[in-house]
Design a protein around this ligand. Structure first.
Ligand code: FES
Length: 152
């Protein structure tokens, strides 16, 4: 879908900007917002490019640099931290072979932190794509990543 088609579908209104940016990022193929697309969006919506990039930079769900097909977001808010999110971070870094902010060489996974996912009752928790995983253990992390790799 082109930028023009996305704007047409969502409605050319400032209040739809976040959703439009989501759609553009989903279409990017590398989970990021490309500068040429944002320039096109700026022309179509008549919103300053700096305004659009400012909005995109403010929200952690958007990225201006290429990321993996799947974003692994580990919660690092206090309830998850108390329940051992540091051990989960170690397991993720070991299993994926990347540090936070990095993408696996096959461009499949990018590891990021997130604030509370709203499922503190099952801390420690993480989100991969739209799926939330709770009650994490080192073993569970390995199984989840293995299952996702097998499903590629
Ligand atoms: S603090 Fe991690 S889900 Fe709420």
């Amino acid at each position: 879908m082109t930028v023009a088609e996305i704007v047409e579908k969502r409605g050319n209104s400032r209040e739809n900007l976040i959703q439009i940016l989501h759609d553009i990022q989903d279409e990017s193929g590398d989970n990021s917002l490309h500068r040429d697309k944002l320039e096109e969006l700026s022309r179509i919506m008549k919103i300053e490019l700096a305004d659009i990039t400012g909005t995109a930079s403010f929200y952690t769900m958007f990225s201006l640099k290429p990321r993996g097909r799947r974003i692994v977001r580990l919660c690092d808010s206090p309830p998850c931290y108390i329940m051992g999110s540091e051990n989960i971070l170690d397991a993720l870094q070991e299993k994926l072979g990347v540090k936070v902010g990095e993408t696996t060489p096959d461009k499949e996974f990018t590891l990021e932190f997130t604030s509370c996912l709203g499922v503190c009752g099952v801390a420690p928790a993480m989100m991969i794509g739209d799926e939330v995983y709770g009650n994490l253990s080192r073993q569970k992390v390995f199984e989840i990543i293995d299952a996702l790799k097998a499903a590629q």
